[in-house]
Design a protein around this ligand. Structure first.
Ligand SMILES: N[C@@H](CCC(=O)N[C@@H](CS)C(=O)NCC(=O)O)C(=O)O
Length: 141
């Protein structure tokens, strides 16, 4: 059974999930536009699915996730699930290596945005530490 994404095209967190679905070529996703100005996110039915009444909302069978960052983490692992593999394919592990290489080039200062730790660092660390569980960043380990 495919995924369902409730989204709004002008919502940045919706777009990050939408873009990730496309980048990972995840098939059979049903997209449902939620028109916030009309209060479509405030209906009893929607609030039952997402008490935070926000978009995006991703549904995977009975699993409802309304936090975009958590959605991205889930989606990142989907090529494995959707292609019926029982281990990560080398091409997917290569994508993680490419992301590490990009970060190495991009990180020219101790923190991502300025002289102090910011939410950008926390978001980045959460993604990299998740990837590290799949492909250790230190190739010696
Ligand atoms: N924690 C959420 C926040 C998403 C969010 O704030 N979405 C806005 C649109 S960009 C929304 O749905 N606002 C409607 C509301 O708060 O009632 C996430 O990152 O997924």
């Amino acid at each position: 059974m495919g995924l369902t994404l409730y989204k709004k095209d002008t919502s940045p967190p919706s777009r990050s999930v939408f873009m990730t679905i496309h980048a990972l070529n995840i098939p059979d996703v049903k997209f449902i536009d939620v028109y916030l100005p009309a209060g479509e996110h405030l209906t009893e039915e929607y609030i039952k699915m997402n008490p935070q009444h926000t978009v995006p909302l991703l549904i995977d069978d009975d699993f409802l996730i309304w936090d975009s960052k958590s959605n991205l983490h889930l989606l990142f692992q989907m090529p494995l699930l959707y292609q019926g593999a029982n281990g990560f394919k080398e091409e997917h592990l290569g994508m993680i290596d490419a992301a590490y290489d990009f970060m190495e080039k991009f990180l020219t200062a101790p923190w991502l945005a300025g002289d102090d730790v910011t939410l950008a660092d926390i978001c980045c660390v959460s993604t990299i530490s998740s990837m590290n569980e799949i492909r250790p960043i230190d190739k010696e380990t």
